[in-house]
Ligand binder design. Sequence first.
Ligand SMILES: Nc1nc2c(ncn2[C@@H]2O[C@H](COP(=O)(O)OP(=O)(O)OP(=O)(O)O)[C@@H](O)[C@H]2O)c(=O)[nH]1
Ligand SMILES: [Mg+2]
Length: 189
Amino acid sequence: MKHKMPAVIFAGGKSSRMGEDKALLPFGSFPTLVQYQYERLSKIFEKIYLSTKSAKFNFEAPLIQDLYSESSPLVGLVSVFETLDTDEIFILSVDVPFIEENIIKSILKEPSGYDAVIAKNKGQLQPLCGRYSRSILPLAKAELERGNHKLGILLQQANTSYMAFEEKKAFMNLNHPHEYREALKIISS
Ligand SMILES: Nc1nc2c(ncn2[C@@H]2O[C@H](COP(=O)(O)OP(=O)(O)OP(=O)(O)O)[C@@H](O)[C@H]2O)c(=O)[nH]1
Ligand SMILES: [Mg+2]
């Protein structure tokens, strides 16, 4: 059975390190990385939204547009809770194509009651792979108003549960062109 908690793919960044919009890069057998992530999450979640600044995608999917002009995942997070009428969401970044179903499912199994349940891989925080509750919104909004966009700091202040993983590849993050090229080799092998 698919999970009722909505999932949101964050895909509204500037991709300044990639040099072109990474959400729209071809990936695997899909025309874009965002569609690849969307299809994978569709196996787990009933409903998936795309968090973005603009309607830039070439396939049908529900969008949540940013309500603020600054650029950061925090802007996406606040906009999601101010748009959707839902208590909890699962967030995944568009640029982690090798994230595994069992990682997501183990995060979903954690009891609720936290402001956030976030993956930590080899000690490194993965703020865009985790569950967020609406209870984090006042703190998130205050940080946004202060211009402090660091999710790590928000999570430190919140009642956050961290789930430890020791994965080699699953959290590989595509920020630079060489990381995209490496990911293309992995997906085609
Ligand atoms: N909705 C939304 N998503 C964002 C925003 N800024 C970043 N993201 C997403 O958050 C995720 C992680 O951000 P980064 O890896 O830093 O991506 P980025 O900001 O596009 O890339 P850089 O410009 O190289 O930092 C990516 O999936 C981005 O698409 C934003 O302002 N709004
Ligand atoms: Mg960024």
